[in-house]
Design a protein. Sequence first.
Length: 128
Amino acid sequence: MAKEFLFRGKSVDELKNLDTREFAKFLTSRQRRTVLRQFDNLEKFINKCEKCSKNKKPIKTHLREIIIFPKMVGLTIQVYNGKQFFPIKIITEMIGHRLGEFSTTRSKVQHGAPGIGATRSSASMSVK
């Protein structure tokens, strides 16, 4: 049997029933400050998520600083990483984190083989 996820001693179902300001009491101080200061933006985004999930439309956003709420669990949100929209499936362990933490902006650099003239020893070689 799978272990039930608890966030600060509350189950996800209990957290979904809470108001946004009530849920903010369970967050850390920095996250709580963000939620209380950007309350209107968060409410608009949560309403947009609920509306789009009913219509089965993809949720695309540039708002990487949005705190993940329990009402978002189960949704797939496409977050912009500076180049493209990166799909993120919201799970219970992500509650309280920011959307931008799961959409990396920097990719790993993959270097190819050096060409002629790339190093000092190959600079004097003749080109065929």
